[in-house]
Design a protein around this ligand. Structure first.
Ligand code: HBI
Ligand code: FE
Length: 313
């Protein structure tokens, strides 16, 4: 049977999002255009720069031995600890020389199709604002510390940099099949909360959601509560996730090359056709196809999780 050959989308132009695609509507601030880019990066106050410096110092106490080697190398290559919030122009020049990526300022969360479009063109949209002392430990909206400290170092790794671009390109197909939530789960369990088993033995974090906060690096790498399961893309794209607490389950890759292979060389048409709308597996589920590294006790979540006073054990 002959199938119609699909031509590749034009990734250079902003895609149109169909009205009936399941996605969160966002009100666009009046001062940004369809690309959601800020005209320029904020002029940070000296207090803003001090907040960056203090966040940076705190993470560096926690991350050695817990963060992936590629992440620690990226921090060095970009000299992100030189003091103060990095200037995106200079950062983009340095990152551009390494992997061709740039960092562009956005006001807040941006719509999925705009986010994918920037990634497909090797532009990383980073929150312009920085948290305050009041929200020092935890904020839900991605600020410049989460985005630049958490995400940008990984973009110095050539394979990971390619994975992020391919992830953005994958957005077009996910929109067409109305499966953005499933593709979002893949982002969540890799780019935000991914673990890697370095050299087949050392568990390390490469996800920005883990690396940019004070608690989750220890929890993700060392605690007894969470499940740690080898990444399987089909499985992950059927798995629900929580956005406001530590993760009940982390998925582990062998290498970035393996992550790239599992996703980019995959037949997403088949997967999307077989996926139900919505998720199949709870975020704490362990199922029979799982290659389980550690079966978690889930003690932290069973005791009530964030806000309950439960220890992240
Ligand atoms: N916007 N600023 C910003 N940062 C994100 O990480 C982001 C976003 N919009 C949509 C989005 N992420 C999702 O598409 C991914 O989490 C899948
Ligand atoms: Fe993020």
């Amino acid at each position: 049977m002959a199938t119609l050959a699909e031509s590749a989308p034009d990734y250079t132009t902003l895609p149109e999002m169909a009205q009936d695609v399941f996605t969160a509507p966002l009100a666009r601030p009046a001062h940004v255009g369809d690309d959601w880019l800020e005209p320029q990066q904020t002029d940070y106050s000296s207090e803003d720069h001090a907040v960056w410096d203090d966040l940076f110092a705190r993470q560096l106490e926690i991350l050695p031995g817990r963060a992936a080697s590629a992440f620690m190398a990226g921090l060095e290559k970009l000299d992100l600890g030189r003091g103060g919030v990095p200037e995106f122009g200079q950062l983009s020049e340095e990152l551009g020389a390494l992997t061709g990526w740039s960092v562009v300022p956005v006001p807040m969360l941006i719509p999925d199709h705009v986010f994918f479009w920037h990634l497909a063109n090797r532009r990383f949209p980073a929150g312009n604002f920085i948290r305050t002392r009041e929200t020092f430990d935890y904020i839900q909206e991605p600020d410049v510390f989460h985005d630049v400290f958490g995400h940008v170092p990984m973009l110095t790794d050539p394979v990971f940099a390619d994975y992020m671009q391919e992830y953005g390109r994958a957005g077009w197909k996910a929109m067409r099949y109305n499966r953005l939530k499933a593709l979002g789960a893949l982002y969540w369990y890799t780019v935000e909360f991914g673990l890697i088993l370095e050299g087949g033995k050392d568990l390390r974090a490469y996800g920005a959601g883990i690396l940019s906060g004070p608690t989750e690096a220890r929890f993700a790498v060392e605690a007894q509560s969470p499940n740690r399961i080898m990444l399987n893309v089909d499985r992950v794209m059927r798995t629900d996730y929580v956005i406001s607490d530590l993760q009940p389950t982390y998925f582990v890759i062998e290498s970035f090359a393996d992550l790239y292979r599992q996703t980019v060389e995959r037949d997403f048409d088949r997967l999307y056709r077989s996926l139900q709308a919505g998720f199949t597996y709870a975020n704490s589920a362990v199922i029979d196809v799982d290659d389980v590294l550690h079966r978690g006790t889930q003690e932290y979540h069973l005791r009530g999780g964030r806000g309950s006073g439960a220890a992240p054990v």
